[in-house]
Design a protein around this ligand. Structure first.
Ligand code: NI
Length: 269
């Protein structure tokens, strides 16, 4: 098995076991007898010298990925890039980072404390991308981060791993419309993220997307007084994307900031 498939297999395993177990059921519901095409995965991180997005991207670049679009999410204080492989059968990789310098000094200090324990040598191997948290965090600190940034709290609690995988509707035979996926999900009891509407984007911008609301998953928090305690918090979600051909005839491969901004909110409570 080649390095790219092996890496995505590990990311999928971690995503479905730890962050978004419901993805297995949804995957099976939409399966049409041949492998579903994964449009992209998304990774989240702290924009810190130790863990910045290029640190994550390096492992995809080493496998032949190339940096493409750049995206700014001013209100959420996020910066993101997407990466593509020259072989378009491989999923795109969307990596965002929290711009710590734009956050409060309290948040910066908190994140600095968390990351102090990170052994940078572990970031040189791709395994950290699917191995979760590399630091201890207590529940109070999680809540403190959440008061300022839902994104910071998510990364603080879960660490590294795929925030979502994305089924490409452009490659399905039977289900071709985002609205049809949304109704299949609703009928099966899954919640669709309605922030910014059930469908983000339109054919005019060559990309339509929707997503489930994140699973609620157990996470262990380290509490000095009481030892490890388990809490249920927002984990990962599943996304659906339909891409439209550009005037050149090729499917649009980028992302739409306004849509991605709302997709981030799939992990809101
Ligand atoms: Ni996405």
């Amino acid at each position: 098995m080649n390095g790219i498939n092996a890496l995505f297999d590990e990311l999928w395993k971690d995503y479905t076991q730890r962050l978004c177990p419901s993805a297995l059921k949804i995957h099976d519901m939409l399966y049409e007898g041949r492998p579903l095409i994964n449009d992209h995965i998304a990774l989240r991180t702290f924009g810190h010298e130790k863990t910045g997005l290029l640190r994550l991207a390096a492992h995809f670049i080493a496998l032949g990925y190339v940096q493409k679009g750049e995206y700014h999410f001013k209100a959420k204080k996020l910066y993101a890039c997407h990466f593509e492989h020259p072989d378009s059968n491989y999923p795109k990789v969307f990596i965002s980072e929290l711009l710590l310098k734009r956050c409060s000094s309290q948040l910066q200090d908190t994140v600095e404390d968390l990351l102090e324990k990170v052994d940078v040598s572990l970031l040189e191997e791709p395994a950290f991308l699917y191995n979760g948290r590399m630091w201890d965090i207590d529940f109070n600190t999680y809540q403190l981060l959440a008061n300022e940034s839902e994104y910071a709290a998510w990364v603080g609690a879960h660490g590294f791993g795929a925030n979502h995988f994305t089924i490409s509707l452009s490659h399905l035979n039977n289900i071709n419309e985002i609205k049809d996926v949304n109704s299949i999900l609703s009928q099966a009891g899954f919640s669709v993220n309605t922030s910014g509407g059930d469908i983000k984007g339109s054919p005019d911008v060559y990309l339509e997307q929707s997503s489930t609301k994140a699973d609620t998953v157990p996470v262990l928090f380290n509490d000095n007084a009481r030892g490890n305690i388990q809490r249920m918090i927002s984990g990962g979600f599943y996304e659906f994307a339909k891409r439209y051909p550009l005037p050149t005839g090729y499917l649009f491969q980028g992302f739409i900031e306004a849509s991605a901004d709302k997709i981030f909110e799939s992990t809101n409570k």
